[in-house]
Design a binder for this molecule. Structure first.
Ligand code: HEM
Length: 136
């Protein structure tokens, strides 16, 4: 049904902006000496991002179902899914690092979190371009 597709597409796009936007906050706020209070906020962002990635997958699969799974056979979708998995793995690795930084009450070295978040920004940017342009 057309309206079902539009509702799902809207949810998919809103989650991409609001749910994955905090990846930028991770990249900006994680540093070599991150105070525990900031690390605490970053743990919350990190959880939000994990949930958003799950919603992206669920709504994405549902949209694919509506197209009779044809879209999943497209090469641009294979590249997108690979980028999605790499970004998911990098962002997932941030969780334990951030929780440890909160547990230590001194400023923690979160430069790896910053690096992984920056790479994920580029990967998500690539996914958006692929999903909009749908090349080949
Ligand atoms: C970081 C993750 C993701 C981002 C940022 C993202 C972004 C987008 C955007 C912006 C669109 C709108 C394209 C348009 O209508 O012009 C879109 C459409 C779509 N996405 Fe995603 N997406 C992500 C993950 C996924 C995943 C994991 C799947 C599949 C399992 C998926 C499947 C789809 C499908 C099927 C469409 C509709 C394409 C069509 O018009 O036929 N997406 N996505």
């Amino acid at each position: 049904m057309m309206t079902e597709r539009l509702i799902l597409l809207s949810l998919h796009a809103v989650t991409a902006v609001l749910g994955l936007g905090p990846i930028v906050a991770l990249a900006l706020l994680a540093s070599r000496r991150t105070p525990p209070e900031i690390a605490k906020a970053l743990v919350f962002f990190s959880r939000l991002i994990q949930w958003a990635l799950l919603v992206m997958l669920a709504t994405g699969l549902w949209l694919s179902l509506l197209s009779g799974w044809a879209v999943l056979r497209q090469p641009w979708m294979h590249v997108s899914l690979t980028l999605y998995l790499v970004a998911g793995a990098l962002l997932g690795l941030n969780g334990p690092k951030l929780r440890r930084a909160v547990a230590d009450s001194t400023a923690g070295d979160l430069s790896r979190v910053r690096r992984f978040a920056l790479i994920s920004c580029a990967l998500v940017g690539g996914i958006v371009v692929l999903m909009v342009v749908k090349p080949g």
